[in-house]
Design a protein around this ligand. Structure first.
Ligand SMILES: [Zn+2]
Length: 435
């Protein structure tokens, strides 16, 4: 993208935003507040979120998830059936249409997913099944901390469905041979672990530091659940977490074993626990038959009798991830996007000393060679070179290619990483290095 054509929302204003992460989100122009708890993503924030979502989708597809998309607007019927109409901890946004019909903007989609598969999934042979979507959710929550708590937000939510036949004698060994279907609770347990492992890969791929916390099922119901909580300087929960490298053990005040404190031994590996704040970024639930029974979702079992359906649900908040990425990786110059899953808004910035003559020609060559969509070409000569560097760093572009006197003299460009490492390379090698 040409800098002269890009609509960037970067701002030099210092604001009275709650904390540094919210301020930086504003300064880097990722999002713009349009009302209390209402945010628009600016082009740069949108680009990052799209890459985050693509990364999540890859992992969900890899474990056999199938993507769907449910309407945000729900009739009251399914919510009354499940018993959650107007409950949802007082956060449900309801409205009435011109025919006097009651509707809500869905705060979650357990009810919607049950009605999606009802009548289509008929036999135990159709299960297990994992459906997911990336759509807006609405909660009439108290707005706080920029993108952290908003009334409308994007969620990747997934739902698994399993039969409920009880395991039979000797079935375990048959299942291992792959000939028998897993019994219900085993199937839920297995898919729950599979989704959890995918979540670990999703967060690790983004370079996020997080703990996994046993949690309360609260408004979702069901048997048990775990939260993925990112470490944060300013968070929403008090967190104690294990300091050992591959241990993800954590507790919050609400979790079982919430009385553990910093300095105690980790119950899982024996290392020391440390204390800090955290931000919930994902949640996985074993729902059991909480929704299927209330909404009468059943399948025909192997012996012809009706069996109820066991469910799990699994969520990741997308804008929260954006906030956490800024929070955990930023430095004094701005955003950084160091994870293996590259989510930087642009891969490379091309910074000519001036956009004219042979430097312009070389800059244009790099612009094409590195891919126009992933390249921010500083082609606007009203900016000083210092301003171009500062903008590129504020946005967290991982590479800057500098075209200046060194290039004129030697034909080599100066390639600088976001962390300040510099080397000189032949211009034709740039696309491969930054790609
Ligand atoms: Zn541990």
């Amino acid at each position: 993208m040409r800098r002269s054509e890009a609509l960037l929302f970067m701002s030099r204003e210092t604001t009275d935003h709650e904390n540094e992460t919210v301020q930086l989100t504003h300064r880097a122009g990722l999002a713009r507040q349009l009302g209390s708890g209402l945010y628009a993503k600016a082009p740069v924030g949108q680009r990052i979120c799209e890459k985050v979502v693509a990364h999540i989708e890859r992992e969900m597809d890899a474990i056999g998830g199938q993507q769907v998309s449910l309407p945000a607007l729900n009739g009251d019927g399914i919510w009354k059936q499940s018993g959650r109409w107007e409950s949802f901890e007082g956060e449900m946004l309801t409205l009435e249409n011109r025919e006097g019909k009651q509707l809500c903007l869905a705060p979650s989609h357990e009810e919607g997913m049950v009605s999606l598969v009802d009548g289509v999934v008929r036999s135990y042979e159709d299960l297990p099944l994992l459906l997911y979507q990336v759509t807006a959710k609405y909660r009439d929550d108290h707005a706080r901390n920029g993108l952290l708590r908003t009334k409308e937000f994007t969620m990747k939510d997934a739902y698994s469905f399993h039969g409920s036949r009880e395991p039979e004698e000797g079935e375990g060994s048959a299942r291992r041979s792959g000939e028998e279907r897993p019994a219900s609770r085993d199937s839920l347990d297995e898919w729950y672990e599979r989704v959890k492992a995918a979540y670990v890969r999703i967060f690790e791929g983004l370079g996020i530091d997080f703990a996994i916390v046993s949690a309360d099922n609260s408004v979702m119901g069901g048997s048990n659940s775990e939260e993925f909580v990112a470490l944060a300087e300013t968070g929403t929960v008090e967190l104690r977490f294990c300091t050992a490298e591959h241990c993800r053990f954590g507790v919050t005040d609400e979790s079982p074993r919430g009385n553990l404190s910093a300095g105690d031994s980790c119950p899982e590996c024996g290392s020391n626990l440390s204390a800090g704040e955290g931000i919930e970024i994902g949640h996985v639930f074993k729902l059991g038959t909480r929704y299927s029974e209330a909404m009468d979702l059943t399948v025909d079992g192997a012996d012809g009798t009706e069996e109820s359906v066991v469910m799990g649900s699994y969520g990741i908040g997308v804008e929260r991830l954006l906030h956490v990425l800024v929070e955990q990786h930023a430095d004094e110059d701005g955003c950084r996007w160091p994870g293996e899953a590259s989510v930087a808004p642009f891969e490379v910035a091309v910074v000519p000393l001036e956009y004219a003559g042979e430097l312009r020609e070389a800059a244009d060559r790099l612009y094409d060679g590195c891919g126009r969509d992933e390249t921010l070409l500083f082609d606007d000569d009203s900016q000083t070179i210092g301003e171009r560097f500062a903008e590129s760093d504020l946005l967290g572009v991982p590479w800057k290619v500098v075209l200046g006197n060194h290039f004129r003299e030697t034909g080599e460009v100066e390639l600088e990483s976001r962390d300040g490492e510099t080397r000189y390379v032949a211009i034709e090698d740039v696309p491969e290095i930054v790609g």
